[in-house]
Write a protein that binds this ligand. Structure first.
Ligand code: ACM
Length: 659
């Protein structure tokens, strides 16, 4: 089918090979016909490079906004053409019924106002997950090659309804959808979100809600970080102590990483785990929403919870506790560290491989996808260095560096996985010991590991801390609770997963990672995830050429309003002023900026509260006077304060300058 652009282009040309051969009156007649057609087309079509007034996230590939609208009423019918489309049609009917209060249901057959259609002949342009959506005055049609495409078409359609469609109770509005024609498909096949359920436990219902929210933004991979030093969260029937002991820790309040050590005799009361039944239920729930779950079982490092249950699997056999958030490692910068409480499995002990095999056997049975993530990151080798068994193994293998024992360990784990029909996935440290060609690498220490892995021919998922670590604080560190580092939404939006010089086919996609040391609740997980995961959904789904922060920011604000209706949490840190300083010739130089466009930023340095009559920042650097000044900054929009007041004393301003 020609696009409207083709039609417009066609109407601007006569389609006559040699106009000189055609009588003049005939030419005029043809021109008039073309002109009338063009005027009609222009009257009914606005082709939008960005969905300026539609606010869809992630940005679809192609949108034509038409004149008119469709209005849903209590008699609106929902239909589908084949049984495989029924689950999505039912889901759509359920989604629409609650906020509208209409008892809508879906039926197989052609005569329906909202119609979900699986293509009889494949539309090659949209692939497995793409869809077309056509909204006219009387009908809405979503067409796709596979149910996944219908599912994403449904998500887009829901975003076209008024924000009240997010309401959990019935609302009174006109349920009007603007007339559009959309063609949409993803840029990447791997659009992931990782949730760490070890540092804090998220019950089954929370996990489902987290999945519900990610799919609205067309994420399709849920990386479930199930084990770590702070809790083992998956039932392994052949190793019951993993959850009897490893899933529970003593309860501690306060900043994670600074908490007091466990005392002998203290009761472990905080935690939880997922039974096999829970896991099957969540895997099924996710699959119904086009989400693949990639389980992660951390090894050989980050294994303190496993060692609390089975201390004999470490080098020292010493009793350790499931860690409640104490600082048990020293970090020396430049990626080096020492772990002061053993948290690694002993690679020289055959019992360890029996243990790993038992764990992976059950994990492989529970998760149908081909990948099992086995961690491999931040494995401290200090205990291995001092262990006689490890030394003997190194000698036997002809290994000179203790670091290479991890390669030996991972090689054995990979063979186990292959025997179970699974593929090994690991953090980029797995490259250090040499890898078999089938292994897939998750690049987290920047893009470097991913680039190296791709050059070696491995598949790669890009998850660099610098763009996608959504556990990092996102607003000013004097406002948002500080954690390891800092990542603004705009920076996430600027992420490009395919580095230059790398075969793009090997970059499966990207993923945002939510580590939960400081995230005790689902509500706070939402705060940390959004809006950055909205920004990243656009990186993973939308076309690179359509990236436009200002346009995204406008749509993001519309989604803030939708989240408000839904009662879902998100961060408004994008409204907080960005305060940057530098030292020049012994003087503090200040630059103020904002993430979202259209804000006015006012500040004081005279110990008064700023308002919109205070000094307004031009955005240019200003030299601050010497003396014990305090900077106070507040953003305004249309004369109203927006975002937080930021207050920084001279010392903090100097620290920020790297002094
Ligand atoms: C990681 O963040 N340690 C993979």
């Amino acid at each position: 089918m020609p696009s409207r652009w083709d039609e417009i282009h066609d109407s601007l040309t006569l389609g006559v090979e040699n106009p000189a051969d055609v009588p003049f009156t005939k030419l005029i007649e043809q021109y008039m016909k073309k002109l009338t057609h063009l005027l009609l087309l222009l009257a009914t079509t606005t082709v939008l490079a960005q969905n300026a007034s539609l606010n869809i996230i992630p940005q679809p590939v192609e949108i034509q906004q038409l004149v008119g609208s469709f209005t849903l009423g209590k008699a609106t019918t929902i239909g589908y053409n084949r049984a495989e489309a029924k689950p999505v049609a039912d889901m759509l009917a359920r989604h629409l019924s609650t906020p509208t209060g209409f008892a809508l249901s879906a039926k197989e057959g052609k005569a329906a106002a909202i119609y979900l259609s699986l293509n009889a002949k494949s539309n090659d342009r949209i692939g497995k997950e793409g869809y077309t959506l056509e909204v006219g005055a009387k009908s809405v049609t979503i067409a796709a090659n596979q149910p996944a495409g219908l599912f994403y078409g449904m998500q887009t359609l829901l975003q076209l309804f008024p924000k009240e469609i997010e309401s959990t109770t019935s609302a009174k509005v006109f349920w009007t959808v603007p007339a559009v024609r959309i063609t949409d498909y993803p840029r990447f096949g791997w659009r992931g979100l990782m949730l760490d359920v070890s540092r804090h436990f998220f019950p089954k219902e929370d996990v489902k809600k987290y999945i519900d929210e990610m799919v609205r933004y067309k994420y399709n991979t849920f990386h479930w970080h199930l084990t770590d030093d702070n809790g083992w969260r998956i039932e392994i029937k052949s190793l019951p102590k993993l959850t009897e002991v490893g899933a529970w820790r003593v309860e501690r309040a306060g900043h994670f990483g600074d908490r007091a050590a466990v005392q002998p005799g203290e009761k472990a009361t905080y935690g939880g785990f997922y039974t096999h039944e829970d896991i099957r239920e969540i895997v099924k729930y996710a699959a119904e929403r086009n989400v693949t779950i990639v389980p992660e079982i951390e090894m050989p490092g980050h294994s303190m919870a496993a060692l609390a249950a089975y201390p004999e699997l470490s080098c020292t056999d010493e009793k350790v506790y499931v860690n409640p958030g104490t600082g048990f490692a020293d970090w020396f910068g430049n990626g080096t560290f020492r772990v002061n409480m053993e948290n690694t499995l002993n690679p020289s002990d055959e019992k360890v491989y029996e243990f790993v095999d038992k764990v992976l056997t059950e994990v492989a049975q529970l998760f149908p996808n081909p990948y099992i993530h086995v961690g491999g990151d931040e494995c401290y080798k200090g205990y291995w260095k001092e262990d006689a068994g490890c030394q003997a193994l190194m000698k036997k293998l002809g290994i000179r560096h203790v670091e290479d024992l991890q390669g030996y360990f991972m090689g054995r784990v990979e063979k186990m996985l292959q025997a179970k029909g699974k593929k090994l996935f690991g953090w980029d440290e797995i490259l250090e010991g040499g890898l078999s060609p089938g292994a897939t690498v998750m690049s987290w220490r920047g893009m470097k590991g991913g680039i190296e892995a791709a050059h070696l021919g491995h598949d790669v998922v890009m998850t660099p801390t610098t763009y996608v670590y959504i556990d990092y604080c996102q607003g000013d560190p004097t406002i948002d609770p500080p954690i390891y580092a800092f990542l603004r939404c705009q920076k996430s939006y600027s992420f490009e997963p395919v580095p230059e010089g790398v075969d793009a086919k090997l970059i499966l996609g990207g993923q945002a990672n939510l580590w939960t040391e400081q995230i005790p609740t689902l509500r706070y997980a939402e705060y940390m995830t959004y809006p950055r995961a909205w920004a990243l959904s656009e990186v993973f789904w939308s076309q690179k050429k359509d990236k436009n922060w200002d346009n995204f920011a406008k749509r993001m604000e519309a989604h803030f309003q939708r989240s408000d209706v839904a009662g879902k949490n998100y961060s408004k840190a994008v409204y907080d002023p960005i305060v940057r300083t530098k030292m020049e010739n012994g003087k503090l130089v200040l630059t103020l900026a904002s993430e979202v466009p259209g804000l006015d930023i006012y500040y004081t340095i005279d110990d008064t509260m700023p308002d919109n009559y205070s000094t307004k920042s031009s955005g240019n650097p200003v030299t601050l006077p010497d003396g014990p000044i305090t900077l106070r900054v507040q953003a305004y929009r249309n004369g109203q304060p927006i975002g937080h007041l930021i207050t920084l004393k001279r010392r903090q301003l100097e620290d920020r300058a790297g002094n």
